[in-house]
Design a protein around this ligand. Structure first.
Ligand code: PEP
Ligand code: MN
Length: 337
């Protein structure tokens, strides 16, 4: 149930509803918007439904939620969620670019990439220390050493960074270094991991499972939100379809759909979607035009020698060109970048 307070509701009215919910053994999640406060009630449906919420002072309406996800829905919070990391915002009308290598391979490789992407206009760095690989014999990442290098680059280039966590046992470690923690496509429905990242304080980038529907994806976000972490970025990274000409199929339709269904910021990863260098810039342009809040792009100083995902990594010079073209689209649409 979502209890929508009227514009004139007082703090005492809100408090009374919260107390009433607690008295019947339910949890109350309060979302204070610019115009009104909304209270999400979690607990036994029937018990909640039986009470005359709309008769309480300050309550405008009580809406039963049919969808399985509640807190991440627009019904619960009409205003966009805006995430801020070290002065950089994601969501709320600006366009943010995250870029960097798929994996941290060495200090030199990461620093060269960070310097180049910063100069070209990226405001957040990507780079993984733990890599989920299809083959157990492929490079698995540098582990904590990789996180140390990322933290050094953050200071050197004033770039907050995002890194993936694969294992609930590593959540504390990754969270102690990274500014944003990423859940990869293969772990979108790993509910133990989702619960753990929901309990730590850093924003969470939640990639769409490559076989997940939008509803399944929003349910995964709900797992994180429910634990108390409301700073979630939804990342569309392509889904598996019958098409084999690209690595995945970018579901661009998901962008406007999510913007209407949820208040969470939406990011597009054109690199993992297309899987080929030449597809990255066109897909990035489509993301801006479709209303995404951000993109995340693989960049490598020497893609031919990359240990992971070299085929989709842009050279720094190609990244500069891509940035120019997306800037033109953003400006044409009045989006600040
Ligand atoms: C990545 O961003 O490096 C990555 C592994 O992405 P995904 O989980 O979408 O495959
Ligand atoms: Mn990758």
């Amino acid at each position: 149930m979502i209890i929508v307070m009227s514009k004139s509701a007082t703090d005492a009215d809100v408090k009374a509803v919260v107390e009433r919910l607690k008295s019947i053994g339910c949890e109350a999640h309060v979302s204070v918007g610019q115009y009104r406060t909304v209270i999400g009630a979690v607990g036994d449906r029937e018990t909640i439904r039986q009470l005359p919420w709309e008769a309480m002072p300050g309550v405008e309406r009580a809406v039963p939620v049919m969808k399985p996800f509640k807190f991440v829905s627009r019904d619960f919070q009409p205003e966009d969620t805006v995430i801020e990391v070290r002065g950089v915002t994601i969501g709320g009308g600006t366009f943010t670019t995250i870029a960097g290598p798929c994996a941290v391979e060495s200090r030199d490789q990461l620093f060269r990439t960070a310097e180049a992407v910063k100069r070209a206009g990226a405001s957040i760095l990507r780079g993984d220390a733990f890599k989920p690989r299809t083959s157990p014999y492929s490079f698995q990442g540098l582990g904590e050493k990789g996180l140390e290098i990322l933290a050094e680059a953050r200071e050197e280039f004033d770039l907050p960074f995002v890194a993936e966590v694969l294992d609930p046992r590593d959540v504390e470690l990754v969270s102690s270094y990274a500014d944003i923690i990423r859940i990869g496509t293969r772990n979108m429905a790993n509910f133990t991991l989702l619960t753990e990242v929901g309990r730590q304080p850093k924003p969470v980038m939640l990639k769409r499972g490559f076989t997940a529907t939008i509803e399944e994806w929003l349910n995964a976000a709900e797992y994180v939100y429910k634990e108390g972490n409301q700073q979630i970025i939804l990342a569309e990274r392509g889904i598996r379809t019958f098409e084999t000409a690209s690595r995945n199929t970018l579901d661009i339709t998901a962008v406007p759909l999510l913007k209407s269904m949820s208040h969470l910021p939406v990011l597009v990863d054109p690199s993992h979607a297309g899987g080929k260098r030449e597809l990255v810039a066109p897909l990035a342009r489509a993301a801006v035009a479709a209303g995404a809040d951000a993109i995340m792009v693989d960049v490598h100083p020497t893609p031919d020698t990359a240990l992971v995902d070299g085929a989709q990594a842009l050279l720094p010079s190609e990244f500069v060109e891509m940035m120019e073209s997306i800037r033109a689209i953003a400006e044409a649409l009045g989006i600040s970048i």
